[in-house]
Design a protein around this ligand. Structure first.
Ligand code: MG
Length: 456
């Protein structure tokens, strides 16, 4: 048999049925034509499911992508806690049938094709659904490579990520005590929020005195019977006094942060930023709502305070102009809300070229899988700023073995392959979504005294 004929028969599969044994010469000829045994066997996505669990009563959505390799699966965070069931439907009814049979190694193409698969695209529901799949595919790729995901993103720039601690209080003294507590635990970054007497407040418990004439919080809410009342003027008066207190009592060493949470007008935001300059904040967060993006240029011109923005951002049209025009100092997006790790790594790379750092949104309604994905990117991003601190409660750590560890104000990856976090599905099922209101019921119900709803 001619060597060429033999190779053709082998490549066509005919040789499989051929009852002869290859000579040593023929065998070496075949070997020459075979690709070197590098790489890994091709896989297929065999199934995708959503895991809905609420340890610590926070509704979390985690996506599990299963593959044709027995036991190999990936996990991703798809938590949009306020609309979790809508995300579950987007995954189970639409992404799952679209992606079963696809090669899980093709992360970028799966993202791009999923993005246009609904024709009308993006939005928090669809992007969170896509994020769950996207992070799970990075988890699978890391497990296949036997490397933590931060290695796939370029390797470590630092040994761990700095965390910031949340300190709040009903008065300056209580905030000060909590800042001192954080410093005592090793934190070097602390976010400080204080209650406004008699009014609702973002980031701190309502102080005990109700606004004159206000009904209780459980009464009917609406513009004609406002209950959860918040007023911007009282807020912008008290915040500079809080930071004056903290700097005078605690000193300069600790980095202090503050979250406006978008509730004030552009002119109030500019004045507040100017008033806070002398207290040297690490950043002021979300001084304007996304609807007022065009005001950042004015704010930038009038204040040197570092600005962090945009946990509500969803599409690139919202954040790219602020980065490219150097109008902010930190990006604050919620990684699952912008479509997952594949998008976030592009944002981080772009930010580096424009002098913007990352401070991804990371409260309790980001699952441990989502925190691990953010941490992987932070370890590999030169322009990392700070990680939002959230100490996972014991039951959350039991449901999600491998949670990143907090030590001395740093968040450490656990060094396992992939994202390093697993889920105990049997235990997860013991924490079903609680009935009633979602994670924070003040969205859409907080109003000014005259009944106007506050954003958000
Ligand atoms: Mg915030």
């Amino acid at each position: 048999m001619q060597r060429r004929d033999m190779l053709r028969r082998l490549s066509s599969g005919a040789a499989l049925a051929c009852p002869f044994v290859l000579s040593a010469e023929a065998h070496s000829a075949v070997q020459e034509k075979q690709p070197a045994p590098r790489g890994l066997p091709r896989l297929k996505i065999t199934d995708i499911k959503t895991i809905m669990t609420a340890p610590n009563r926070i509704r979390l959505v985690v996506v599990k992508v299963m593959t044709s390799e027995p036991g190999l699966y990936g996990l991703g965070c798809a938590t949009f806690t306020q609309r979790a069931l809508a995300v579950q439907t987007a995954i189970d009814q639409y992404l799952r049938p679209f992606l079963i049979g696809r090669d899980p190694d093709e992360i970028e193409d799966i993202w791009q094709s999923s993005y246009v698969s609904s024709y009308w695209r993006n939005g928090p529901v669809l992007f969170n659904a896509m994020s769950g799949v996207d992070m799970a595919l990075w988890d699978i790729k890391g497990k296949r490579a036997n490397m933590p995901v931060y290695q796939l993103l370029g390797g470590k720039c630092r040994f761990a990520a700095d965390l910031y601690f949340h300190a709040s209080g009903r008065d300056f003294q209580e905030v000060e005590e909590n800042v001192r507590k954080a410093i005592g635990m090793g934190y070097r970054y602390v976010r400080a929020q204080v209650s406004v007497p008699g009014l609702a407040t973002y980031g701190s418990r309502r102080s005990d005195r109700a606004a004159p004439g206000s009904p209780s919080l459980d009464d009917t809410v609406g513009p004609t019977s406002p209950t959860d009342i918040w007023e911007p003027a009282a807020y912008v008066r008290i915040v500079p006094r809080l930071f004056e207190h903290l700097r005078s009592k605690i000193g300069e060493e600790v980095e202090l942060l503050h979250d406006v949470h978008e509730r004030i007008s552009p002119s109030q935001a500019i004045q507040l930023c100017k008033d806070l300059e002398k207290y040297r904040l690490y950043f002021i967060e979300d001084p304007l709502p996304p609807e007022e993006n065009d005001h950042f240029r004015l704010l930038r011109q009038q204040s040197s305070i570092p600005i962090a923005m945009g946990e509500l951002f969803n599409t690139q049209q919202e954040y790219v102009p602020l980065i490219a025009d150097r109008l902010i100092d930190f990006v604050r997006m919620h990684i699952s809300q912008i479509g997952g790790l594949s998008v976030a790594r592009k944002v981080a790379a772009m930010c580096e070229f424009f002098g913007v750092k990352t401070a991804w949104h990371g409260p309790g309604d980001v699952s441990p899988v989502g925190h691990a994905a953010g941490l992987a990117l932070e370890l590999a991003s030169y322009n990392f700023g700070v990680h939002e601190g959230y100490v996972f409660p014991a039951e959350t750590r039991e449901v999600f073995p491998g949670c990143p560890e907090v030590k001395n104000g740093y968040l450490y990856a656990n060094e396992a392959a992939g994202l390093g976090v697993d889920v105990d599905e049997k235990l997860a099922a013991k924490f079903p979504f609680p009935p009633g209101r979602t994670f924070d019921h003040s969205w859409g119900t907080t109003r000014s005294r005259n009944g106007t709803v506050i954003r958000p």
